[in-house]
Design a protein around this ligand. Sequence first.
Ligand code: SAH
Length: 224
Amino acid sequence: MAKLQSIPKEDNYLHKGLRKQLVQTLRNKGIKDEKVLTAIDNIPRHFFLDPAFERLAYEDRAFPIVASQTISHPYTVAYQTQLLEIQKYDKVLEIGTGSAYQACVLAEMGITLFTIERQRELYDYITDFFFIKKYLNIKRFYGDGFEGLPSFGPFDKILITCGAPFIPPKLLQQLKPGGIMVIPIGDDGKQKMTKITKDKEGKLYKQEMGDFSFVPMLQGKNSV
Ligand code: SAH
């Protein structure tokens, strides 16, 4: 599949109208955080997809990107972001950059984002992408999300956007007291969305939400 475009694409009235409808769909499905809805309204999702999917970009669907990976459903992006209870100036770590759509939604909310991708092909896929250059608050890393980024932590919030077999202990260590981690936990194909809260004393609380389906969180880097 072709690289994401380095030349700016058009965001016309049709796209903007479809985006307003998508935001309404997300409201109807229970997303209430206005900062999340505004960020989704501001980000042209069709920029992140192959031109073949342009007309479908604003349906609540996941789509294939490169390397057998997917750009998550807008509802999943909105739901995970809402659970993070984002505050301006938060320092956030994301595992699984993928298309960087989720990364841009977070960056649009005025935080500093550190994001890790384990697949070289995907990491390179967005390097020249014109839209991501707008966000100087996104720092991208090629690496293994199980390791996190110890030298940049601790983080106020940690978001995992792939299905994790367990809670990576190093990520828990890199979560600040008072911080929130959102992580889908489970086997390939089906995961329980889980919210972990660390209180000021470092005590952990776990809250399980609904079922979701993510590509798996895999160990190690892939250099192909
Ligand atoms: N947030 C992305 C979703 C991408 S799908 C988006 O908005 O498009 C999940 C991504 O997690 C894939 O790109 C996959 O390669 C990546 N991934 C899986 N295991 C990982 C790991 N251990 N470390 C970092 N990224 C990982």
